[in-house]
Design a protein around this ligand. Structure first.
Ligand code: LLP
Length: 425
């Protein structure tokens, strides 16, 4: 459930008409609903009621906006970060360092060192090499790094190949059959406290069976590492729970996921950790856009909108579906291709889609854009970096400003040796 609904014929975010936001901020613009974010955070936590000892770390990568992080901090969420930049955001939002998990396959030595200085709660190690580096840095700082070992369970999550992470040939984690030996070697190092295992098999997972299979494998590994005499007090099950992108789509939700986890982990006697991203933010945001014009096409008209693949890359990158809706629907429908202004064919949001009829100047939204939307935006074609707005009841605020092409241009420099009017050739 979200709070983007028609009221008196106009799509609203909570109590604010999207027309008002477009008029004040311009388009394209991401719009988030505070009530929806809060609801999702609570529903996810409530789904885990059967897991007595848990830690929920929001996957910052899905939506790192500072206001979003602040809201989740207020809900008691920790953070799962994958770079120093994300860590700084989580800290700035007031998430305690001890509640932050540092994941990622390529943490640099500098990142490991600053995360240690900040007192980050857990490092999820992706290789033995990384663990050895972390131990050296921690010993030099006279600190003890707390870590879990990420394991690749070789389970197919059944999602898009570009967001699948748990197959043996993916770059993530250490091989399942070597994990016990690696854990033992890392546990022996000064400066490192190995306390757990981590797994994350992919994102937008719409069937719980692969996750269940992966968690069962992790439970077996936990037992064997414990029986070798090592501490395994924390089990990080990652994120990945999918969300509906199409109206009417029925998927397992937090309650089903939580029940599955509670059943599989019932006798684990460990703190179970979670890293949800999309399930919290996905349906809490829309991308608001204006139709520039409608032009004829060979089979269907092209609806050219002012949002593009640089603002929302998911359709171009993962063939993702985002529902499209007019802000003032007339009740008429058309079949059309929806495209952005960027000069490549991949700048296509939908082909031959049955949509609300729209005309030049009309406003429309792409739904389910709160996760992996603004954060993956770029400025390709020298377009602006898309702004973000958060609505709270009848209030709203710009929570990330539009970064104009002129600001980006101002950060570029022509070296002296190119300034002369003629080249050397
Ligand atoms: N934990 C780890 C270690 C992850 O790699 C990810 C996502 C998450 C948690 C959060 O997963 P979620 O609950 O959001 O599914 N850009 C892609 C998604 C990439 C996901 C990367 N890792 C997309 O737009 O679909």
């Amino acid at each position: 459930m979200d709070h983007f609904e028609l009221r008196n014929g106009v799509l609203h975010a909570e109590d604010v008409g999207l027309t008002a936001i477009a008029a004040a901020v311009g388009t394209p613009v991401y719009v988030y609903s505070r009530a929806t974010l809060e609801r999702h955070a609570r529903v996810f936590a409530a789904g885990l009621a059967g897991v007595p000892d848990k830690h929920i770390a929001f996957a910052v990568k899905s939506n790192p906006n500072l206001a979003v992080l602040r809201l989740l901090a207020r809900e008691g969420y920790g953070a799962d970060v994958v770079s120093e930049g994300e860590m700084r955001r989580a800290l700035a939002a007031g998430i305690p360092a001890a509640d932050i998990v540092f994941s990622g396959v390529g943490k640099t030595k500098a990142e490991l060192a600053s995360a240690l200085e900040e007192g980050i709660g857990q490092f999820n190690l992706e290789s033995e090499e990384e663990g050895v580096e972390l131990a050296v840095i921690a010993a030099a700082q006279d600190r003890q790094a707390v870590a879990a070992l990420r394991v690749n369970p070789d389970v197919d999550a059944g999602t898009h190949s570009k967001i699948s992470t748990g197959k043996a040939d993916n770059k993530f984690g250490v091989a399942y059959d070597q994990a016990g030996a690696i854990y033992a070697r890392l546990a022996a190092l000064d400066g490192l406290t190995m306390r757990g295992l981590a797994v994350h098999i992919g994102s937008q997972i719409t069937n719980l069976d692969p996750s269940r299979a992966a968690f069962i494998k992790m439970g077996a590994l936990m037992r064997s590492i414990r029986s070798a005499g090592h501490l395994v007090s924390h089990m990080d099950l990652g994120g990945g729970l999918g969300v509906p992108y199409r109206e009417g789509e029925e998927l397992p939700g937090p309650a089903e996921y939580g029940a599955m986890v509670a059943e599989v982990t019932a006798d684990w006697q460990a703190t179970i950790m979670f890293e949800p991203g999309r399930v919290i933010t996905g349906n809490a945001g829309v991308l608001l856009t204006e139709v520039i014009r409608v032009k004829p096409g060979a089979n269907h008209p092209f609806v050219v909108v002012d949002a593009a693949m640089n603002d929302l890359v998911r359709p171009a990158m993962y063939d993702a579906w985002h529902d499209f809706a007019a802000v003032r629907p007339t009740g008429e429908r058309i079949t059309a291709n929806i495209v952005g202004p960027i000069c490549e064919s991949s700048d296509t949001f939908a082909m031959a889609r049955d949509i609300d009829a729209v005309q030049a100047g009309d406003l429309a939204i792409f739904r389910t854009a709160g996760a992996y939307g603004a954060t993956m935006a770029n400025t390709y074609n020298s377009r602006a970096l898309v702004p973000e707005v958060m609505v709270d009841g009848a209030k709203w605020a710009v929570v990330a400003e539009r970064i104009e092409p002129a600001t980006i241009l101002a950060a570029e420099h022509v070296p002296d040796w190119l300034e002369s009017s003629t080249g050397s050739a």
